[in-house]
Write a protein that binds this ligand. Sequence first.
Ligand SMILES: [Zn+2]
Length: 259
Amino acid sequence: MQITNLFIVFLLVLTLVSCFESASKNTPIIESTINTATTETKQLNPVFNDWKAGVKISFDDIKQFGFEKCFSFSKIPDTVFSRIKGKSFPENCSVDRNNLRYLKILHYNKNGEILTGEMICNEKIASDLIQIFAELFQKKYPIEKIHLIDDYDADDERSMSDNNTSCFCFRNVSGTNELSDHAFGMAVDINTLYNPYVRIKNGKEIIQPSNAKEFCDRSKEFDYKIIKGDDCYNAFVGRGFQWGGAWRYYKDYQHFYKK
Ligand SMILES: [Zn+2]
């Protein structure tokens, strides 16, 4: 064999050895892939088996369960109906249970945490609300809590003063004999403490909830404040809802409704 050929063989052997070494070095990468796969088979967050409001979840939880399933609606399950019967759905409720829908939704709070929410609304706006809350979620629009008003024994003042966001409650407009838009599940109240109902009646100021006095001055800056043209306003108004904050003689800053 000539010296040149010998040199070529030597180079070939060198190449083979270096390939083998690099394959050995890759082994840990293969192992780490297997480890990741093991981590991904972690248990599903229990809230996905038994949905309830106010549970903190992670983005990984959402990926595992599926984003669409986190924004969905159904007829009111029996377990949920037993929670609302005699409360937001009283004996004299003239709205048919079959015309109402139960919504599972997610929302961010102002600390950037993701929380589960639940809501009951009229079937006519169920798709709208799913789209609206999915859009607000994607924009990280902060909402503090979305519980059924039944968690407050269907007491609107208690729910509002706790800054709860809700929709259906078979009740009259406060201080009248007229059924509210909420009685038909056609209105949503958002971040209620920071977006109160304000009215002057016989020279007297009526504020609901009663602990919202400091949030009646809309020139001030504070968290959760709804203003015309913000993400919340646009999500609702863009889908044909009207806003109580635009009313002429009094204001209901938390109230978005569809006729
Ligand atoms: Zn309202």
